[in-house]
Design a binder for this molecule. Structure first.
Ligand SMILES: [Zn+2]
Length: 428
């Protein structure tokens, strides 16, 4: 394979400042060399080039709810009823089309890898499809069609409450008969080059203690929703006499292969328990659903590794998620300056919680994922390069996206999909 040479006006190589005039040699989908301070040669990338962004928490079908649940007051729980209506209507073909469009929107936003927390497994009433993984396979195909990688986190969902009440209504599409049924089903998921298969427990609400106890995060990546709502904490306290975090800890589920999602309502002891775990914040969803503000800085100080997700896709913009982590802390503490731009970019590009240890850095040997952000747009012009990305840019400022050495977005346009049309046609 010949070398493709990219010349980045600026590139973030992991430090506190952007490097200038960086030559990036790519061969066979990998970065071969990264050399700052070289005069322009090869394909020019004007602006700031970042490693690929990783969207660590997605439920693709929630995109169909954007802008449709904002009238009236409502809570997380009334929003959930609307979400269930959307879930009730999808089949493998229509979910493939919707997810392809959503992942196309992610590619346009600079996301090169998605962690899909997948629980819409079965047909109406819980009826198995001929291929019991038809929905998961539709998602894997959708990511490939959109030009991005996926970590499919096949989700165990067995009960409707922390007391172990059975699933009802649309939830029956989410559930397997037992943990053994679930485990044998996910053994049948096809492995493809652009996909990692991981697993998830939906939450302490949806997986009873005996099932949680036999899960092995060592076979991860393993993800779980945690303490998004105070009601979950109260139910867990009533049932198990402890917080959801302590309950996961007692069940042996915290540690380096685990990512907890939200971690909004934590005690100080919970924060300490999460010191070896990855924590995924989803600030635009958490604000949309009025969840609250999680203790991002305290978790980071304890040792937890931060990653980011667009979750319900009220917004698909990891720059917005990244700055929200800092800006929410400012609102809470009435002080500025909790995270550096480099720390926030590290969270936005963290691939290891998705099981990709060779992505997320512009360095030799890593996957050739390049995301170039314009520094001359009306939003970004005049800002320092790293601050521009974190505090000024939006998804619309992404100009070039290369995934595994393949150009997927050029001049702000997806190379194979008309994403807006596909979204319009699949959302209806
Ligand atoms: Zn979620």
């Amino acid at each position: 394979m010949p070398v493709t040479r990219y010349h980045a006006e600026y590139a973030w190589l992991g430090g506190s400042d952007a490097a200038r005039d960086v030559l990036i040699d790519v061969r066979d989908g990998r970065i071969e060399a990264v050399t700052p301070g070289v005069p322009a040669e090869g394909t020019r990338l004007p602006g700031l080039t970042l490693p690929g962004l990783a969207n660590a928490h997605s439920h693709a079908f929630h995109r169909a709810l954007r802008g449709r649940t904002h009238t009236g007051a409502g809570t997380f729980w009334t929003w959930r009823e609307r979400m269930y209506e959307v879930a009730s209507q999808l089949d493998p073909d229509s979910y493939h089309r919707l997810a392809r469009a959503v992942y196309g929107e992610m590619a346009l936003a600079g996301i090169t890898c998605v962690g899909e927390f997948h629980y819409l497994h079965h047909g109406p009433g819980g009826t198995r499809y001929a291929d019991p993984n038809a929905m998961g396979h539709a998602l894997i195909a959708a990511a490939r069609d959109a030009g991005i990688r996926i970590t499919l986190l096949d989700t165990l969902y067995l009960s409707s409450t922390v007391d172990g009440s059975p699933l009802h209504g649309v939830q029956r599409r989410f559930g397997d008969e037992s943990i053994d049924d679930w485990a044998s089903r996910i053994d049948g998921l096809r492995r493809e080059d652009h996909a990692v298969v991981g697993f998830a427990a939906h939450s302490v609400r949806a997986v009873p203690a005996p099932a949680l106890a036999v899960l092995d995060p060592g076979k991860g990546p393993f993800h779980v929703h945690l303490s998004e709502q105070r009601a979950e904490n109260e139910a867990c306290q009533a049932r198990y006499g402890c917080s959801p975090t302590e309950f996961l800890d007692r069940s042996g589920l915290l540690g380096p292969n685990t990512t907890v999602v939200h971690a909004t309502h934590l005690t100080e002891a919970d924060v300490t328990r999460l010191r070896d775990t990855a924590v995924c914040f989803c600030p635009t969803t958490e604000r949309d659903l009025a969840d609250g503000i999680g203790p991002a800085r305290a978790l980071t100080e304890a040792g937890a590794r931060l990653c980011l997700g667009s979750d319900s896709h009220a917004v698909i913009d990891l720059f917005e998620e990244a700055r929200a982590v800092e800006l929410d802390e400012r609102l809470r503490t009435e002080r500025r300056g909790h995270f550096t731009p480099a720390e926030l970019l590290a969270a936005a590009t963290a691939h290891e919680p998705l099981g990709w240890t060779d992505a997320g850095r512009l360095a030799p040997g890593y996957r050739a994922d390049l995301v170039t952000v314009a520094l001359d747009s009306v939003r970004t012009v005049g800002a320092e390069p790293l601050s521009a990305a974190v505090f000024a840019a939006g998804a619309a400022d992404v100009r070039t996206v290369v995934v595994d050495g393949r150009p997927v977005v050029v001049d702000g346009r997806h190379q194979t999909l008309d994403v807006a049309r596909e979204l319009r046609e699949s959302i209806g």
